[in-house]
Design a protein around this ligand. Structure first.
Ligand code: F6P
Length: 323
């Protein structure tokens, strides 16, 4: 392996730049050439390539987003699109690839690697933390901190007006951001797709709080259909309990931006280096991850297909601490 390409794809996550920097610099450290692919798989098809030198990744460790941009590519889902992408890599003598992203990114990588017997290693970069085989994904810690800061602010106004707030957070189909955000911000309850919370149970939590003279409450709701969405839950509660002054906040894409936390930068650095070392060690079609503070290599298949479970103990902690 002489020339390694790197791309970011899917939803961006804070720390992706730190990961690009780590991949680039460690590859150069090992005497390899690096090519940046802009706009993810779309850029692979359109040959949006640029040689990356060490200086090209200076001054990016602290910034959110991704200097390589991100996109979702429909064309890459077709055989023709992937064939075009492969020809482009061949023309440029690129002989390995690091992809930074989540579920969708690794799904594309897995198919491409298999079709063309092409070495690809993945770095988990998503705020959702929903990849199996790694305790943390790059971007998750920063998003969690953004949620906590936002909820702290909402709590000020919730207390001043004695209101019940439903705050919707991201996570796609996973409740990691909602559950850990809820614990960190001291919310009264969380609604996450992994555990069904019927309306009766939610009412009990809220009612118990108010009976104990809580004047305001915060409930974190994971986005997505399973939990029902913050607006629909709020309107059900409002119908049942007209005495509560209910408000809804959807945090949205604010959770995707911002300067990465120290944890995310360190994780990105470690995983970026691990990705290059894995490629040079002839590993293929694996995601590098972290488990119990050790680097692990997880086949794409496992990382995508297995469901990462939420720790039941955390839900118990939240319930115990919100009485
Ligand atoms: O996967 C990251 C994520 O932010 C999810 O939490 C969310 O469901 C989705 O991406 C939003 O995607 P988009 O930016 O395309 O609206």
């Amino acid at each position: 392996i002489k020339k390694i390409a790197v791309l970011t794809s899917g939803g961006d996550a804070p720390g992706m730049n730190a990961a690009i920097r780590a991949v680039t610099r460690s590859a150069i450290y090992f005497g390899r050439e690096v090519v940046g692919i802009y706009y993810g798989y779309k850029g692979m098809i359109n040959k949006n390539f640029q040689i990356m030198k060490s200086g090209d990744v200076s001054n990016i460790i602290q910034s959110g987003g991704t200097i390589l941009k991100s996109a979702r590519s429909k064309e890459f889902m077709t055989k023709e699109g992937r064939e075009k992408a492969y020809q482009n890599l061949k023309e440029e003598n690129i002989d390995a690839l690091v992809v930074i992203g989540g579920d969708g990114t690794f799904t594309g990588a897995r198919i491409f690697a298999q079709e063309f017997n092409f070495p690809i290693v993945g770095v988990p970069g998503t705020i959702d933390n929903d990849l199996f085989g790694t305790d943390f994904t790059v971007g998750y810690d920063t998003a969690l901190n953004t949620i906590v800061q936002a909820v702290d602010k909402i709590r000020d106004t919730a207390t001043a007006h004695e209101r019940l707030f439903f705050i919707e957070v991201m996570g796609r189909d996973a409740g990691f951001l909602a559950l850990n955000g809820g614990i960190a911000a001291g919310s009264e309850a969380v609604l996450i797709p992994e555990f069904e919370t019927d309306m009766g149970t939610l009412e009990t939590y809220i009612e118990t709080g108010y009976r104990k003279n809580k004047k305001s409450s915060i409930v974190l709701v994971a986005e997505g259909d399973k939990a029902g969405g913050a607006f629909s839950i709020a309107s059900k509660i409002e119908r049942e309990y007209p005495q509560y002054d209910v408000r809804v906040t959807v945090l949205g894409h604010v959770q995707r931006g911002g300067s990465p936390t120290a944890s995310d930068r360190i994780l990105a650095g470690r995983l970026g280096v691990a990705a290059i070392e894995a490629l040079l060690d002839d590993q293929k079609s694996v995601m590098v991850g972290i488990e119990f503070d050790e680097i692990v290599h997880v086949p794409f298949n496992k990382a995508i297909k297995n469901e990462k479970s939420v720790n039941q103990h955390l839900l118990r902690v939240l319930r115990m601490l919100s009485i």
